[in-house]
Design a binder for this molecule. Structure first.
Ligand code: ZN
Length: 451
């Protein structure tokens, strides 16, 4: 096990699980959307875990083919009968209201109301999740049982949605974690879903805790760009504001649906031959975990933006109960009965191993490739020579130096070299770094590409 990995996992596992559980419960009830105060609250909470910077982008701001919409906030909503009895209450579940519903306060008949109601055909106990971001409308989502009850009621009904839809701003969070190399890895998650636990709160929390462990690890070589954005519009806005930085990123991770009870899986990046995909498979295999491979598909999450022709970032996603695939997806059953802190943590371990793997792909090159380096000149060899035999106790480090100087031809990465020598990269990287400090090796690339 490498030092990097040990260090990444240096947190107390039980304490961390408790912390994840705390934020899972604290953030689950918030009625997030693509804009609004509950998104700001979510980002503020995340600041307790990692030092993210938050940004506001005004309604009406253009981002490529899109425009930041008006800001949406909601206080309350209900459907009541003629006598004021509340039949459907927003306070029971924020999924009851179609996200971005415009304000309404009217008495209407069933014939009209039914056109604004949405149910889940597959499960009569599930409230579906619906949005209407770009078409001004309003609606309620309810279980099939609730729908049948309303239908038998005859009406009229009072419908009230106490929301505001007005110029404001879109909020997002960013954490830049610099490494020795300027080469950045993108880590993105989306903060726009209301009370659903796997999609997408699990991904938001995993991202925050993963970022914290990367931040605490001083051994890192790569740099990381960690972002918390509303899906689609947020990723587009972020990419447009940070276009040149995003263009120089080669690969990344879109983190979502990582807390389910089912199988692990991963969605490949658009180029199946990109090393990010092989690294993920290696991590699963080394961990002895069975996994499902989902080839790149044009549907999905924000990899659609990051992988578009202007950016072409190879973004992959590791999931535990991938979106689209589990029956509770986009419904009220995607809740805290389905998702636990422990399940999120299981995925967190996998992501940490992946980061470790990325970090281990550094390539060193000898700056003295012609014949042997005179070690004593560089203070690397015992001054009294002649008596040593190879493999003597105490000669291990000299051996590692000699092997590194022999093998670091700029082609083999340090993980491959460590495997060849049957030693851990934990041992090898500090020795290689010392040779870099002495001007004998140079770090030429890191994390599947040039430094
Ligand atoms: Zn979703």
């Amino acid at each position: 096990m490498s030092k990097f990995f040990t260090s990444l996992n240096s947190v107390d596992i039980e304490d961390e699980e408790k912390e994840i559980n705390f934020y899972l419960n604290a953030l689950f009830p918030l009625c997030r959307s693509i804009t609004g105060n509950e998104n700001r609250k979510t980002l503020e909470s995340l600041k307790e875990i990692i030092p993210i910077k938050t940004f506001e982008v005004k309604s009406g701001t253009s981002a490529y083919d899109w425009v930041v919409p008006d800001e949406w906030n909601i206080d309350d909503a209900y459907i009541a009968d003629n006598f004021g009895n509340l039949l459907i209450k927003f306070s029971d579940s924020n999924l009851h209201v179609v996200s971005y519903s415009e304000p309404v306060d009217r008495i209407i008949a069933w014939e009209e109301l039914k056109n604004h109601l949405f149910i889940n055909e597959f499960n009569e106990n599930a409230i579906p999740y619906r949005t209407s971001y770009y078409k001004k409308d309003w609606g309620f989502c309810l279980t099939k049982i609730q729908f049948e009850k309303l239908k038998s009621h005859n009406g009229p009904f009072r419908v009230k949605i106490d929301s505001t839809l007005a110029p404001g701003s879109l909020s997002y969070g960013e954490l830049l974690i610099p490494g020795k190399s300027k080469k950045e890895v993108l880590i993105s998650c989306y903060i726009c879903h209301p009370s659903m636990a796997n999609d997408s709160l699990s991904g938001v929390l995993l991202t925050a805790f993963l970022a914290r462990s990367i931040l605490n690890n001083k051994e890192r070589n790569l740099s990381y760009r960690v972002i918390f954005v509303p899906e689609t519009i947020g990723a587009i806005v972020y990419s447009s504001i940070n276009e040149s930085e995003m263009k120089s990123i080669d690969f990344g991770l879109v983190i979502t649906t990582v807390g389910g009870q089912g199988k692990f899986g991963y969605k490949q990046s658009f180029d199946p031959n990109h090393p990010i995909n092989e690294m993920i498979e290696n991590v699963f295999q080394e961990s002895g975990i069975e996994y499902i491979t989902y080839p790149f598909d044009i549907h999905g999450s924000d990899e659609r933006q990051y992988s578009s022709p202007g950016f072409r970032i190879n973004a992959a996603t590791i999931c535990k109960d991938k979106y689209y695939e589990y029956p509770e997806y986009h419904s009220s059953l995607d809740n805290l009965d389905l998702v636990s802190a422990q399940q999120i943590q299981e995925s967190l371990f996998i992501y940490r191993k992946l980061i470790c793997r990325m970090e281990s792909l550094r390539v060193y090159k000898s700056l003295n490739p012609h014949c042997e380096v005179m070690l004593s000149k560089h203070n690397l060899y015992p001054l009294v020579g002649g008596g040593q035999r190879p493999n003597q106790v105490g000669e291990f480090e000299i051996d590692m130096i000699l092997w590194l100087l022999f093998l670091c031809d700029g082609r083999l990465d340090i993980k491959t070299i460590a495997d060849k020598l049957s030693v851990s990269i934990d041992v090898l990287i500090p020795i290689a770094d010392r040779l870099v400090d002495r001007g004998i090796l140079e770090l030429t690339s890191s994390g599947c590409g040039k430094v």
